[in-house]
Design a protein around this ligand. Structure first.
Ligand SMILES: O=C(O)[C@H](O)COP(=O)(O)O
Length: 239
């Protein structure tokens, strides 16, 4: 039996402002830092001792991981950052206020963009200065790998190879693993791990910085719980 913890980052400045964030590198708020610290304390109290950790290349997830590792007194473990764990790319919605966008386009359309499995928001133009092709952190990557927008389905398609090639082998080798990432990159992982149907994944949301502890046999979840029950959300049943 191995243990996997998935944690979404703590509250970010744009979570607070209710803006579509995606690949923009927004920092944690003070509340987000406190959430991350509490998440770390809860992992320590649960006796969680990860051998390695994985995160995105966005500071709200990286700093949530760092704060958690400080509380675990395990800043020494190997940490790998990878763009494949980034938040889903929100295309042209990036930066817009979610409530104002719903007023302009209607609640139903915004719900489709936010929660449908395979409808991506309108894409960002490639010559837009905010397109990831112009961001130095993705320099050297095949340009076609970098999204202009993403549905959850497309997000899963780029998370899955990283899971299979890099994270899963560590679990299969018997190591406990911590992943600090984002609402939608983690929803994609949860869909994969718990074998959630395309229509059902819409029902699962992740609270900020509330560690989700999953007991695994091989790569099969046998039990899962949020470490802060007061901020828990529904979970899919174990397959
Ligand atoms: O990128 C964002 O805006 C959030 O982190 C996730 O947003 P969502 O709940 O609208 O998918």
């Amino acid at each position: 039996m191995t243990r996997l913890v998935l944690t979404r980052h703590g509250q970010s400045q744009w979570n607070l402002e209710n803006r579509f964030t995606g690949w923009v590198d927004v920092d944690l708020t003070e509340k987000g830092e406190a959430e991350a610290r509490k998440g770390g304390v809860l992992m320590r109290e649960a006796g969680f001792e990860p051998a390695c950790a994985f995160t995105s290349v966005l500071k709200r997830a990286i700093r949530t991981l760092w704060i958690g590792l400080e509380e675990l007194d395990r800043v020494w473990i190997p940490v790998e950052k990878h763009w494949r764990l980034n938040e889903r790319h929100y295309g042209k919605l990036t930066g817009l206020n979610k409530a104002e966008t719903a007023e302009r386009h209607g609640e139903d359309q915004v719900h489709l963009w936010r929660r449908s499995y395979d409808i991506p928001p309108p894409p960002l133009e490639i010559d837009d200065p905010n397109h990831p092709r112009h961001d130095p952190r993705y320099r050297g990557l095949e340009p076609d790998l970098l999204p202009s927008t993403e549905s959850l389905k497309l997000t899963l398609a780029r998370v899955q190879p990283y899971w299979e090639e890099t994270i899963a082998p560590r679990l299969e080798a018997g190591e406990d693993v911590l992943v600090a990432a984002h609402g939608n990159s983690l929803r994609a992982l949860i869909k994969l791990l718990f074998d959630v149907g395309d229509e059902d994944i819409v029902n699962f949301e992740l609270p900020t910085a509330n560690p989700l502890l999953i007991d695994l046999t091989g790569l099969r979840p046998v039990e899962a719980r949020y470490l802060d029950p007061d901020r828990a959300k529904d979970l899919p049943s174990c397959p």
